[in-house]
Design a protein around this ligand. Structure first.
Ligand code: HEC
Ligand code: HEC
Ligand code: HEC
Ligand code: HEC
Ligand code: HEC
Ligand code: HEC
Ligand code: HEC
Ligand code: HEC
Ligand code: HEC
Length: 418
């Protein structure tokens, strides 16, 4: 592949202002043409990141932008290439984007490994074999009006990536003959990751490229998968790595997280996922006669979770009752929140697949829930005490009132008699 030499770079920089300055006949002529396909590039160039640096049509297409005549302007002798084919696009974008010295002059932070990575991807490998249905640079970034990746309008901005990939990958007609599913977007958009990203624009969850790579788009293999998930879920990853499943799954040649959670259609986990009855994922491998230690372990872990949940719910009911009765429950609520933290911790600790470790968390959580219950009960007892006290004082007051009434009446009678 041709790259700019340092001298070429100097020459290019020296001539760069010429692209931005003066009339650009490519643009002036194309903007006036009838065919929308010929007009669009001229219109889009204004917002293109490249025009910001003074690059324009000739930087990619060659030709002469200073002459009005169509044939002279788009002359192959002037290096004009017309509409580049897919393989040509890689070369075209790559001539600048693989040249560290050149790119560094404009934007030192910009990576220059896109083409190198691209060649390692399934897209790149197939293109080399002559398959032009795969994605090349312009299929993901556009050819005109190219925006920085962090511009929310860019087709490669996180929340737009799934749509960009699905243009091909969700089109069964387009993908016919490859023998791979076309349901990735459909599943992803309903998953724990796709919903917050697509519906709320949250930037934490992964888009397609966070798991597949931006330019090295390959399906993650068994060995790289836990690392993919582990980038964002380091605690789960750490615990699974120390668990008996790590060597067991390795021997079976299956991926750690994906085996229980799947990949495109990951659902919100629930306690039902663990245990000895459907829909627990454990019984896919464990049974009374099949890896029975794990079966017993699954039952024990679920029992710990259930017990903790029950303790928590009981405490919560008491606290709410005291709260509704208008009692001060700040302390009880604090313990309750801590107990809720234990539930979250138990669900995470479960990834040790060590029932004793989960049971430890249960014991601590149960203690907190117990404390919360005690405080709420004390508040309710206090309320009961106050109610009784109130009733007693009412009786006393009424009694006193009556005695007073009798006394006043006696005094009245006494006076009248005199
Ligand atoms: C005077 C008008 C005029 C000028 C100047 C002009 N073009 Fe064109 N261009 C056209 C027309 C008309 C077509 C469609 C007919 C054709 O393909 O030859 C076209 C087609 C193209 C195509 C598509 C060719 C293909 O293979 O499909 C590209 C790319 C292009 N022009 C780029 C340029 C660039 C770059 C410049 C400036 C260096 C330029 N044009 C200058 C009128 C012009
Ligand atoms: C950053 C590189 C780049 C720049 C700058 C650029 N083009 Fe293109 N152009 C491409 C690529 C790549 C394609 C092929 C797109 C594809 O295959 O989808 C293309 C295709 C075209 C086509 C064919 C349109 C079509 O959809 O068939 C025309 C016409 C064209 N360019 C004109 C221009 C004009 C006029 C300018 C300046 C205003 C320009 N281009 C600037 C890269 C560029
Ligand atoms: C003439 C050299 C040149 C060519 C050809 C070129 N680029 Fe660029 N491109 C640059 C430079 C320089 C920048 C940095 C501009 C800046 O940051 O202001 C850039 C920036 C970009 C960016 C924005 C990066 C970011 O996120 O900040 C994208 C995306 C991009 N180019 C894609 C392409 C694609 C796709 C092609 C081919 C169709 C292409 N470029 C062709 C020089 C080029
Ligand atoms: C399958 C889609 C796809 C293809 C093909 C593709 N890109 Fe990208 N590209 C992306 C995504 C997604 C990002 C944004 C990543 C992010 O959010 O940081 C990106 C980012 C970039 C950036 C910004 C810097 C960086 O690396 O993050 C440049 C420059 C770029 N691409 C150039 C290219 C060039 C040149 C080609 C062709 C060799 C190409 N891309 C092919 C999807 C693609
Ligand atoms: C222009 C259409 C197009 C676009 C856009 C596109 N792809 Fe592809 N992709 C293909 C084709 C065609 C294949 C080849 C299928 C094969 O060989 O199995 C492929 C292959 C793949 C594969 C390998 C599948 C396998 O197991 O063989 C992955 C992974 C992939 N693409 C991910 C992505 C991601 C992620 C994006 C978006 C960032 C994307 N693609 C955008 C067309 C596209
Ligand atoms: C959380 C990580 C993750 C995300 C997000 C993700 N993928 Fe995947 N994808 C995987 C894994 C893991 C595999 C490999 C499955 C296997 O080989 O068992 C895969 C496989 C694929 C394949 C190969 C065919 C198949 O379905 O097995 C394609 C194509 C693909 N993904 C495209 C996409 C697209 C498009 C998106 C976005 C809409 C996306 N992926 C989002 C992890 C992810
Ligand atoms: C780029 C970071 C990132 C990657 C990579 C990633 N995740 Fe996530 N994941 C998140 C974020 C952020 C959330 C929380 C989403 C929300 O609800 O807002 C999440 C949520 C989840 C949840 C639901 C948690 C809950 O309590 O509801 C599960 C399960 C999950 N991810 C598993 C996985 C698996 C398995 C993989 C690998 C195949 C993976 N994740 C890859 C960031 C990531
Ligand atoms: C053997 C099955 C299994 C494996 C392997 C597994 N998980 Fe889980 N995971 C579960 C179960 C069961 C739950 C549900 C806990 C609950 O809600 O009671 C869960 C819950 C989660 C949660 C939500 C709770 C929390 O910790 O925040 C996340 C996130 C998660 N898993 C990520 C991962 C990641 C990442 C991996 C790989 C490193 C992984 N899991 C491997 C079974 C598994
Ligand atoms: C893909 C198959 C598979 C799934 C799914 C699976 N396991 Fe396992 N598990 C194994 C294998 C294989 C071993 C190691 C063999 C053994 O020692 O019994 C193991 C070991 C264990 C052990 C350690 C047993 C011991 O030696 O003390 C526990 C506990 C365990 N699993 C619990 C679970 C729980 C809980 C789930 C569900 C959340 C689960 N497993 C899901 C295959 C699986």
């Amino acid at each position: 592949m041709r790259v700019f030499s340092f001298c070429g770079l100097v020459a290019l920089l020296a001539s760069a202002p010429a692209w931005g300055a003066g009339p650009n006949t490519c643009i002036s002529c194309h903007a006036e043409l009838d065919d929308e396909e010929l007009v669009a590039p001229a219109k889009l160039m204004e917002q293109d990141i490249h025009s910001r640096q003074g690059f324009s049509c000739v930087s990619c297409h060659g030709g002469d932008a200073t002459v009005d005549d169509e044939d002279e302007s788009m002359d192959e002798a002037e290096g004009f290439i017309g509409k580049p084919g897919k393989a040509k696009v890689i070369e075209l974008c790559g001539k600048c984007h693989s040249d560290g010295a050149f790119i560094g002059h404009y934007n030192p932070a910009l990576r220059v490994d896109q083409v190198a990575l691209y060649h390692t991807s399934v897209h790149g490998k197939r293109l080399k074999e002559g398959d032009t249905k795969v994605a090349a640079c312009a299929d993901c970034h556009g050819a005109h009006g190219i925006l920085p990746a962090n511009d929310p309008r860019s087709p490669v901005y996180a929340s737009n990536v799934p749509k960009t990939c699905s243009r091909c990958h969700s089109d069964p007609t387009y993908m016919k003959g490859y023998g791979i599913p076309t349901d990735q977007f459909d599943k992803y958009s309903r998953s724990v990751h796709g919903r917050p990203l697509l519906e709320k624009g949250e930037m934490g969850p992964p888009a397609c490229n966070d798991c597949h790579g931006n330019h090295g788009a390959t399906p993650p293999g068994v060995s790289s998968l836990a690392n993919v998930c582990g980038q964002c879920h380091p605690i789960n990853n750490e615990l699974v790595n120390q668990s008996p499943h790590k060597p067991a799954f390795e021997k079976m040649g299956i991926a750690a997280c994906e085996t229980c959670h799947r990949h495109h259609d990951i659902e919100t986990p629930s306690d039902q996922m663990v245990g000895t009855e459907p829909p627990a994922v454990c019984i896919r491998c464990h049974g009374p006669d099949k890896f029975p230690k794990g079966f017993a372990g699954a039952g024990a872990i679920r029992a710990s979770l259930d017990s903790l949940n029950n303790q928590y719910r009981a405490a919560e009911a008491l606290v709410r009752r005291a709260e509704r009765a208008g009692m001060e429950v700040g302390d009880a609520l604090f313990d309750l929140h801590e107990a809720a933290g234990s539930i979250t911790k138990a669900r995470s600790t479960l990834h040790t697949f060590n029932p004793a470790r989960v049971e430890e968390v249960r014991v601590a959580g149960t203690e907190l829930a117990g404390k919360s219950s005690q405080k709420a009960q004390a508040a309710l007892d206090e309320l009961e005490f106050r109610r009784k006290g109130l009733a007693l004082s009412l009786v006393v007051i009424v009694g006193l009132g009556f005695a007073l009434f009798v006394k006043i009446r006696d005094i009245d009678k006494h006076r009248r008699r005199h």
